[in-house]
Design a binder for this molecule. Sequence first.
Ligand code: ATP
Ligand code: MG
Length: 186
Amino acid sequence: MAGRLAGCGKAYLPATCGEEKPALKGRTGAAIDRAKSNSPNKQEVIMASERTFSIIKPDATKRNLTGAINQKIEAAGLRIVGQKRIKMSQSQAEGFYGVHKERPFFKSLVAFMTSGPVVVQVLQGDNAVLKYREVMGATDPAKANVGTIRKEFAESIEANSVHGSDSPENAKIEIEFFFKPEEIVD
Ligand code: ATP
Ligand code: MG
């Protein structure tokens, strides 16, 4: 299928692995569940899934928080289907955060992201993009909800322990930036 996510199997809804079905386009979460409850193909209901991209940032790896963070991710029902510990290069960090290159914190952000090991991960589950953003909490830990990763672990607005994709489209781009299809196993 054109536009299909790399490594995405046929068990996934088109909404997560390429073009959405017209009937589901623009709908999320509960709306999709409702739409699917009327679907003649009940298998789609069971297999609705999405992938998102996660980074455990240097401030967290430095404090040995990889396990504690992944415990929250897994407890939320997200499955880690790709994972590697890497040292981001300068060009990787500049490319990954290219969208922020005009922001005043860009240089400092790149220096931070290359300052130590990171764990890059592919997460999979129902509504994974939104769900993981909720588990992470707000960018600024002072504004994050109780129980979120950033509220519990982040050191500052910059050293905020985790990254998560902000849309399914960006998730696809970010996953392909760091992972080959064969490195994702579900
Ligand atoms: P991420 O993209 O890492 O998941 P986010 O989507 O919550 O975080 P963005 O606005 O995309 O936030 O910012 C990307 C990253 O840049 C933040 O996670 C943080 O590390 C850093 N950052 C954002 N705003 C600031 C700021 N005002 N000062 C310093 N660093 C910042
Ligand atoms: Mg962001």
